[in-house]
Design a binder for this molecule. Structure first.
Ligand SMILES: CC(C)(COP(=O)(O)OP(=O)(O)OC[C@H]1O[C@@H](n2cnc3c(N)ncnc32)[C@H](O)[C@@H]1OP(=O)(O)O)[C@@H](O)C(=O)NCCC(=O)NCCS
Length: 176
């Protein structure tokens, strides 16, 4: 029998909760590392800017809620939720915004990213947001698969207000 270095993790064991200040810093580091292993890792030039944006986002307690996923005492994933009005990021004013989702490399593919996004989407619905917006790269197939499975649709300029009237929407914009 093979002994695993750590117990296998199932999403049922994962606890999602809001992070405190120290945990926010930990979450930013995790997400920065997660982004370095995506299908299209940032170039060295972009890397510093991306790391700064993630660090700043997780430090900004005024505009964001940091949702973190825990396997016991181990942080395994995080996402930022910005409530309606906290930041528009190019989406309609009554939309909530999600950003900086990341799951630690050895825990991907177990539903943790989905669970974090579902939690964040639930917050948007609870607060009565007109929709939920996020950006992702067209090359980030894993993320796109996850978002599509949760009902996110690719938005294009001019469509958003029309779509917003159709009901509760999850909009995804491609990074330019
Ligand atoms: C994107 C990310 C958050 C996904 O986290 P995760 O915990 O692995 O996500 P889940 O396990 O909930 O779901 C991943 C889904 O993608 C699928 N998938 C995995 N690799 C894939 C690929 N190359 N192409 C398409 N789908 C893929 C999985 O099968 C799974 O779908 P399923 O539930 O239908 O089986 C994680 O890979 C990550 O941290 N990536 C780096 C940072 C990043 O890209 N963040 C998102 C930026 S918008």
């Amino acid at each position: 029998m093979t002994r695993l270095a750590r117990p296998a993790m199932s999403v049922a064991e994962i606890v999602i909760r809001e992070a405190n200040t120290a945990e926010r810093r930990q979450a930013a580091d995790l997400v920065i590392t997660a982004f370095s292993v995506t299908a299209s890792p940032p170039t060295p030039n972009d890397r510093a800017a991306l790391a700064r944006a993630i660090t700043d986002g997780y430090a900004d307690r005024t505009h964001t809620t940091a949702l973190t996923a825990w396997s016991g005492t181990r942080l395994v994933g995080a996402i930022l939720y910005a409530a309606t009005g906290a930041e528009s990021a190019g989406f309609p004013a009554d939309w909530a915004v999600l950003r900086a989702l990341g799951v630690t490399t050895d825990a991907v593919g177990r539903g943790i990213g989905t669970a974090l996004t579902v939690d964040a989407v639930g917050r948007g619905m609870t607060e009565g947001a007109g929709g939920i917006g996020l950006y992702t790269a067209d090359t980030n197939l894993r993320a796109r698969h996850l978002y599509a499975a949760l009902g996110f649709v690719v938005m294009s300029p001019g469509q958003s207000s029309e779509l917003a009237r159709a009901g509760f929407l999850r909009g995804l914009k491609e990074d330019s």
